[in-house]
Ligand binder design. Structure first.
Ligand code: CP
Ligand code: NVA
Length: 314
């Protein structure tokens, strides 16, 4: 669906007003560039409206309970997007909201990000299944969502993280369950072993939002996991480099890699727009506005997604 909508906008300069008159309420408890702007523009491109709600305005769970915010806001808008610290807060919103709730990042995961990442990888290799994905750095929210996506698309994943920053066993097991035996996920503290032969090399910040007081400690531990030219030479020569951004150049990634020929950082960032537009259309579309061909593809995608949606939390 993201590819259809992206192609349409590139070819025709515009999308159809699939979500005319629909509104998205966006709750942000943390800062954002990509998530905020891409959701807002995605709604605008399909004739809808997005509303930014800052932490001060909402006071989620402080000024008002999450259950009350969900029910009040859900009476005004057609979908809610929320970026929170605690994952439980997004689940709580979803429990009470009368309209769909989209996870725009929590401390646990970042599913919208990896929708865009999978689109970027597909555009590069024309497939997902069987590709080798190496993630280096902190086993954080982005790494968790990458694992879940790799599981569902039959990719081989290796995580290179220092001891103490590796994924929880329960998360790896969950990914393995989701993959129905297809995912092989390796976890190592050896960065060169993690990246060897990889088709996709992915990294993220060493210190995520909310962990700022650990910054100095993390700066001592993570340098061997920096994606630089020497380490990247261990990957497949055709490998692409991804980063969800914002990047801390000179820490998890060097300028020469971020701006080098293997980098896909900026097409990846643009794809947030297209992938999230697909998520919004999937949740809220007016089917009458789709062409027959688009509708058939849409139905196919929806069926495939439904077959895989066993795990409510992800
Ligand atoms: N990648 C990402 O989610 O960026 P923002 O924090 O700027 O939204
Ligand atoms: N892991 C990062 C991702 C930012 C998009 C964070 O949570 O800050």
């Amino acid at each position: 669906m993201a590819r259809v909508l992206k192609g349409q906008r590139k070819r025709e300069g515009a999308n159809k007003p699939l979500l005319k008159g629909k509104a998205l309420g966006m709750i942000f408890q943390k800062p954002s560039l990509r998530t905020r702007v891409s959701f807002e523009m995605a709604m605008e491109h399909v004739g809808g409206h997005a509303l930014y709600l800052s932490p001060q305005e909402i006071g989620l769970g402080k000024r008002e309970s999450i259950a009350d915010v969900a029910r009040v806001l859900g009476g005004y808008v057609d979908a809610i997007m929320a970026r929170t610290f605690e994952h439980e807060h997004v689940l709580e919103l979803a429990r009470w909201s009368p309209v769909p709730v989209i996870n725009g990042l929590t401390d646990y995961n970042h599913p919208c990000q990896v929708m865009a990442d999978m689109l970027t990888i597909y555009e590069e290799f024309s497939r997902l299944e069987g590709l080798r994905l190496a993630y280096l750095g902190d086993s954080n929210n982005v790494a968790t969502s990458l694992m879940m996506a790799a599981a569902q698309f039959g990719m081989q994943m290796t995580i290179g993280s220092p001891a103490g920053y590796q994924p929880k066993e329960a998360t790896v097991e969950k990914a393995q369950r989701l993959s129905r035996g297809r995912l092989s996920v390796g976890v190592t503290d050896d960065p060169a072993a993690a990246i060897r032969q990889a088709d996709i090399v992915y990294t993220d910040t060493w210190t995520s939002m909310g962990q700022e007081e650990e910054t100095e400690r993390r700066r001592q531990v993570f340098p061997p996991f920096q994606i630089n030219r020497a380490l990247l030479a261990e990957a497949s020569p055709q490998a692409i480099v991804l980063h969800c951004l914002p990047a801390h150049r000179g820490e998890e990634i060097t300028d020469e890699v971020a701006d080098g020929p293997q980098s896909r950082l900026f097409p990846q960032a643009e794809n947030r727009l297209h992938a999230q537009k697909a998520i919004l259309v999937y949740l809220l579309e007016d089917a009458g506005q789709l062409s027959k061909k688009q509708h058939r593809r849409f139905e196919k995608v929806v069926k495939a997604i439904d077959r895989q949606s066993e795990d409510e939390a992800d």
